[in-house]
Structure formats: structure tokens, C-alpha cells
Design a protein around this ligand. Structure first.
Ligand SMILES: [Zn+2]
Ligand SMILES: [Zn+2]
Length: 348
């Protein structure tokens, strides 16, 4: 294969850390909008806008209103990190190097036809359509046996790594389970084998008892600042009832409601809606692996506002330094939400 050709996509495994790295040279050809323009959304209309549909790769999924206008649109990423048509070969090189073909899925989920509407300001109904789309795409790719995992994430704002201003999130489905998820799974399995219960359910029970890191609770979900939050104002949203798979989520409007409240509170507390969020779910269930994470894992959304660039210390150690006491962050966010919704439908 010629270097730089679109076919060059591969996975390489680091023999020391076990981390899989995606080698995707064409990602460097992505058309970054100029930083100032991106910040202000001046490139209007962009290729994600209404009327520009012919400029995107072929649509894979779409939600329309009664007038036939699209409200959420999904298509393959034009500059994918992984390719649907790549072969899933595996080979060894030399003593211990391993590589695989860059097989996988990389999709863009355009969350609204409106260029200037910020995700934080979406009406709850629109957020509900977005999370519905997440669920349906995750289900869809679950049918592809070679895929083991599906990750949905959003980079909001240039500082968070977005390369397009227009509100969108991304889906990446991979033939290997991400290391971060593997680590969570290993600890969750360990806890389960000792206690015969899900570690996230146990965590929820503790947090509901202690209350000091709770931000908000509605009928089906809890938002909290984790005990050992890695980043300032890191927030997790978890379903109250045990559930490993986001694909089984039925309470879409309840999830959209709590997501909106948390993002609004974060934007208010920090002055600017800049964040990343990542949906952590159990790996797809596969016959070949006979592994069932149904009772062991508990899906959750991790929100990281103002993501800091990893610096030497973090790279070197895997430790994090968080300058904000988690209980204080929770208290600030809790108060902001309380003001918004009123005490009547608060946490108790
Ligand atoms: Zn646009
Ligand atoms: Zn659980």
C-alpha cells in the first residue's frame, strides 16, 4: 500500500502497554476550520447544514419531522479513523509486534440542521432525538459480528477538539475493546466475583446515602461528581436501575432531561459550554467470546468540561491532578440545578 493513500488504516499494538493505536494518515487531511472562525461559527453554511446534504457522504440514518425536514442526520465520516471496508486481518511482525487491518466504523451524527444552535440550548425534545439516534446506531452496528465495541462521544467547542462548529457527535465501532473500558470491566468483574453485585450499583447506593457528591436525580437517572474525579467538574450520569447496555434504554426523555440540566449547570458554572462526553457501555455480546457483561457492567455517560491537555505528568504516570474538590464541584452544580427546577422536584 502506498503511504498516504486512503487505504492505509491500521491498528498497531504496543507490546509494552498493550494499547492499540489507530494509524490513520488521512486524518491529517481533515479540513480544520480556522480557529477563530470555528469559535464563532463563521463558516456558515457548512457541509453539515440544511441544504448542503449533497456535500456529505451518503446518509446512513435520518430522523425527519412531518414536513419531511431532517432533524438528526448520520453519515460516514469523510476522513475516518477506521474503515468499514478494511479487512480485519491480524498479523505478527518480528518478535512481538502485532497489527490489524483498520476495520471499524466511524460515523458523524449531525444533531440539528441549525448551524448556530448550541447543544446546551437544544429543546429537550431535540436532545431526545439525538439520544434516540445514539441508541439506534449502536443497535445497528451490533449486528456486525466482527465489531466488539461501540463508542459514542461528543467534543463540544474547539478547545475540546471539535474540528467543525456545527453541533455533531461521533460514533466509532471497533473490533477490539478500548483499554479504558477493559480496565473498568476488569475491576467490575473482580468486584462482581467477590460481592455478587455490580460495582456501579454499589457506588450508586453509597452516593445516594452520602448525598454530598450528588447533583441531581430524576425518576430514572442520577448525576454525580465521582469520588475521585480526574478533571474539574467531571460529571457522570448513570441509570438508577442496573443496565449494562445503552441499546436497552427506554427512558429517553428522562435521560435527555437530566443531560440538559447538567450541561446547562456546567455552562453556567464555567461560563462557557466546552466539554467532551463519552458514553461507556458494555461490549457487544458475542458468541465467540462467551462473555456476558450484563450483570457486571453498568452503562454511564462521562462528561468532562474544559478538558485539559494531557501534560507530562499525566502522560508519564497515568495520574491526574484535579484542582477542584469533587464535593465542592457537586455543591455548585447542585445549587444551580435546584434554582432551575425548584426544590419540589429535586434530589429527595
Ligand atoms: Zn452548519
Ligand atoms: Zn449496576
Amino acid at each position: 500500500m502506498k503511504s498516504g493513500s486512503p487505504e492505509v488504516l491500521e491498528w498497531r499494538r504496543d507490546p509494552i502497554t498493550g494499547v492499540w493505536v489507530i494509524i490513520a494518515p488521512q486524518r491529517s487531511q481533515r479540513p480544520y476550520e480556522f480557529e477563530v472562525e470555528l469559535e464563532q461559527g463563521q463558516n456558515y453554511p457548512c457541509v453539515f447544514c440544511e441544504g448542503m446534504e449533497s456535500c456529505t457522504p451518503e446518509e446512513a440514518f435520518c430522523l425527519r419531522n412531518e414536513d419531511g425536514k431532517w432533524q438528526v442526520r448520520v453519515f460516514p465520516n469523510k476522513f475516518p479513523a477506521l474503515g468499514r471496508r478494511e479487512k480485519l486481518f491480524w498479523e505478527k511482525e518480528g518478535l512481538f509486534y502485532e497489527r490489524m487491518g483498520g476495520f471499524g466504523v466511524h460515523e458523524v451524527i449531525v444533531e440539528t440542521p441549525e448551524h448556530y444552535l448550541s447543544f446546551v440550548d437544544f429543546p429537550v425534545e431535540q436532545l431526545e432525538r439525538v439520544v434516540y439516534t445514539y441508541r439506534e446506531r449502536m443497535k445497528f452496528w451490533g449486528q456486525e459480528e466482527r465489531l466488539r465495541y461501540c463508542l459514542i462521544f461528543k467534543n463540544q467547542g474547539m478547545q475540546a477538539g471539535a474540528s467543525m462548529f456545527h453541533p455533531h457527535s461521533q460514533l466509532i465501532a471497533t473490533p477490539v475493546i478500548p483499554k479504558r473500558v477493559e480496565e473498568e470491566l476488569a475491576l467490575a468483574r473482580d468486584f462482581y466475583s467477590r460481592e455478587r453485585r455490580c460495582v456501579f450499583c454499589a457506588l450508586l447506593e453509597e452516593e445516594l446515602k452520602m448525598e454530598k457528591r450528588l447533583i441531581f436525580k430524576n425518576e430514572y437517572f442520577v448525576a454525580l461528581v465521582p469520588y475521585a474525579a480526574r478533571f474539574s467538574y467531571e460529571v457522570w450520569i448513570l441509570p438508577l436501575e442496573h443496565c449494562a447496555y445503552f441499546t436497552e434504554l427506554e427512558q429517553l426523555s428522562s435521560f435527555a432531561e437530566i443531560l440538559k440540566l447538567v450541561l446547562q449547570a456546567l455552562a453556567e458554572a464555567l461560563g462557557k459550554p466546552v466539554f467532551n462526553f463519552v458514553l461507556h457501555v458494555a461490549p457487544y455480546r458475542r458468541e465467540s467470546t462467551d462473555e456476558d457483561c450484563r450483570w457486571v457492567y453498568h452503562w454511564h455517560l462521562e462528561i468532562i468540561p474544559f478538558p485539559v491537555r494531557m501534560a507530562g505528568f499525566e502522560w508519564g504516570t497515568g495520574f491526574y491532578i484535579n484542582p477542584v474538590i469533587p464535593e465542592n464541584a457537586a455543591s455548585v452544580l447542585r445549587k444551580l440545578i435546584d434554582i432551575r427546577v425548584g426544590e419540589s422536584c429535586g434530589r429527595h
